[in-house]
Write a protein that binds this ligand. Structure first.
Ligand SMILES: [Ca+2]
Ligand SMILES: [Ca+2]
Length: 355
């Protein structure tokens, strides 16, 4: 998901329209695919974002419902035949009383791990990592396991650990510093949540990134692992995909900018194809989806359209993707920002992947 309260984004509409036009020419819009409507969401699920696939081929979707918070935040299931089944109503933050579930993944313990991002309303380190304890396919309990993020965002479970992007490690510094945390599931105790040390000093922080774009001080975002165990994460504001490789002890031995710009205006949610290892990125600012070659880092824009309400499956400020078979599902978070307004229909788009 993208982030940040609107105050740092004045003039976004004008800037984007210019850049969109240029980017469209530069990246080449020839061969763009046309997203179709996969699911039209009712008002109860009005703001879709984080997605992950479960073992039964259901997509698990977070709906923070920022667009109309009269409806509580929900986690729903999109079944293999694209039907909606409600899984869980996520409690509001006990202090802010605001919704926040964005990134979501399933741990090796079978439980759901969810970023509770409070960064839209406050920079006071209120964001959390939640665990939703599952039993026999039902959610039985929700407990905070890590507290003290500014903007917890994407969640990716890999091996015995849960990884979480922090979009902003310190609200008061330029360039913006952000990063990735790793927590072993065995150290996550619901009764005694981990309280993070501030300003990037916590021992769980394994990767850092700076965001230099003054107009988009929004940092680490989408997150995932390829089948070789390499970690990729997005730097939203600088439109970068960053790759980290590990040694056998789990230490990061190399961090590199794997792809940057090339038609991407922002890098938001990502998923990595389990077979081809190519990386798919949702571009909130560009209203586009890009495919990044896993060997060369070459960016190919596979879908992109102008400002819409999402009718018929057109992209409507997309923030996340999810791969199911040869179909790429796209969550249109549709935040009111720049030239976009949050509007019905609320949609999940789908793009057929044929190569
Ligand atoms: Ca819409
Ligand atoms: Ca819209």
């Amino acid at each position: 998901m993208t982030g940040k309260n609107g105050r740092r984004l004045p003039g976004l509409a004008v800037r984007c329209s210019v850049v969109l036009a240029v980017a469209g020419l530069a990246s080449g819009c020839i061969g763009l695919k046309t997203p179709k409507l996969a699911v039209e969401l009712p008002e109860e699920y009005n703001t879709p974002d984080g997605m992950t696939l479960d073992a039964d081929n259901n997509i698990i979707l977070c709906c923070p419902n920022f667009g109309n918070d009269k409806h509580p935040p929900k986690i729903v299931k999109i079944t293999p035949d694209d039907k909606l089944v409600e899984l869980f109503s996520v409690p509001l933050h006990p202090q802010t009383k605001k919704p926040g579930p964005l990134g979501i993944d399933i741990g090796s313990d079978g439980n759901l791990y969810v970023a509770d991002n409070q960064g839209f309303g406050t920079e006071e380190y209120k964001s959390r990592l939640l665990r939703i304890v599952m039993k026999n396919g039902k959610a039985v309990k929700c407990e905070p396991v890590v507290v003290g993020f500014v903007m917890s965002n994407a969640v990716a479970c890999h091996g015995d650990s849960v990884y979480v992007t922090e979009t902003m490690l310190d609200p008061n510094v330029y360039p913006l510093l952000s990063g990735v945390y790793r927590f072993k599931i065995s150290e996550l105790q619901g009764e005694r949540p981990i309280r993070l040390e501030r300003h990037g000093k916590d021992k769980h922080l394994i990767a850092r990134a700076y965001t230099w774009n003054k107009d988009q001080q929004v940092g680490a975002n989408g997150l995932g692992f390829d089948k070789a165990g390499n970690m990729f994460f997005c730097n939203f504001g600088d439109a970068q995909l960053i790759k980290c490789t590990f040694n056998k002890n789990g230490g990061v031995v190399k961090q590199q900018i794997f792809a940057e710009g090339s038609g991407m205006l922002s890098c938001d949610g990502l998923k990595i194809h389990p077979e081809t290892a190519d990386i798919y990125v949702a571009d909130f600012l560009g209203n586009a989806v890009h495919k990044i070659d896993h060997e060369t880092g070459k960016v190919r824009t596979i879908a992109k359209n102008g400002n819409t309400d999402g009718t018929g499956g057109k992209l409507d400020r997309c923030s996340e993707v999810c791969i199911r078979g040869n179909r790429l599902y796209v969550a249109n978070i549709d935040l009111t920002l720049g030239d976009n307004v949050h509007d019905a229909p609320h949609t999940i788009s789908v793009i057929e992947l044929d190569d």
